[in-house]
Write a protein that binds this ligand. Sequence first.
Ligand SMILES: Cc1cc2nc3c(=O)[nH]c(=O)nc-3n(C[C@H](O)[C@H](O)[C@H](O)COP(=O)(O)O)c2cc1C
Length: 369
Amino acid sequence: MPRIGSVQLASPVLLAPIAGYCDLAFRLVARGVTGMQPPGFDPPAGVSPHQFGLGLACTDLLCPHAILRENEKSLWLAATSPDDQPLCMQLYGRHPDVMAEAAQWAEAHGATTIDINMGCPVDKVTKKNGGSKLLCEPDVALRVVRAVVAAVKVPVTVKIRLGWDEDTWVTRTLPPRLADCGIGAITVHGRTARQMFSGKVNHEGIAQVVEALAHHPHLTVFGNGDIQSPDDALTMIQRTGCHGVMIGRAALGQPWLLRDTACLLLTGRRHQPLGRADRARLVLKHLDLLNHYRGPRVALNTIRQRIARYSPHLQPWPNLRRTARELTNLSALREMLIAGIEELQADPDAQVRFGAAEPGREDLAATSR
Ligand SMILES: Cc1cc2nc3c(=O)[nH]c(=O)nc-3n(C[C@H](O)[C@H](O)[C@H](O)COP(=O)(O)O)c2cc1C
């Protein structure tokens, strides 16, 4: 089972940081810590029954200046709770002193590990020479890492891409230098920054990182990119030799994918699929957690957006997305979900009827996929 420095993970599956999505409410849903283990949940050895087989979840990327100023929005992004463990807090930036101070703040506010983002390709971050821009400036990257490692007791990790572009891969050169700085793990998204999210994940590039770190056996490598099923995770590990995987986009609408993936990787067995009533209960729990932490206005806006992600995995429920968009108060949306759960409890294959009479177009498309 992978470790990150002194931290023993319960599962080789990590939840990726996805800015705008992986807040405390979603992480708690993904961890399944809220009394929602599905009936018959059969955790593999080493995986707590109180988790969906999730080794570590990560906050969205945090701006060090903003958290040190305790800016309200950043405080929510960094918010955690005792059930939200183990937790990685991710920082981005290029100034060693500020990053070190922010890492100390993160350590004091519940971080089990601290990740330094060297993969974000978004202008807002790279224009300040942070994120994936650090791949172009290895000396600056190493100064940042050394400062953060020296500033905190918790393990420090780095998340990289293959390089800035096709001609400047860092897969063989940068990882051993990062390892020498004392990091505990490295996550590799198998694309270049220029690619953003286009093309397919490149397993060869991730394998190069694993090879380059052959002389650092205590350093854990997590492969990342395009994992949409437990089998994709298994393929990534078999092709690259990485020790664990990180899953992002595919987990947003089906957080149980993390548990199912852990089950396959750890036992070779497939987990029984999570029933639709339990999936709908997860959505309800997500709504309740959002309401608890953020209040009804933010909860309504956020859950509508998130139902778009959950919807394909709840079908047939033809009018779900449209109804969620049209309902203007949280109690009505909550009632819709409860009515749907009741229908699915009575008949797990039911076409959920609750809501408007006409199916929304996107939901019909999802049904036919
Ligand atoms: C909308 C969006 C936001 C993201 N935000 C972050 C982030 O804050 N930090 C980070 O390291 N990666 C971020 N990523 C990249 C993901 O963590 C992950 O590396 C990438 O999506 C590939 O994995 P996947 O195919 O499993 O989603 C983001 C990706 C998306 C699509």
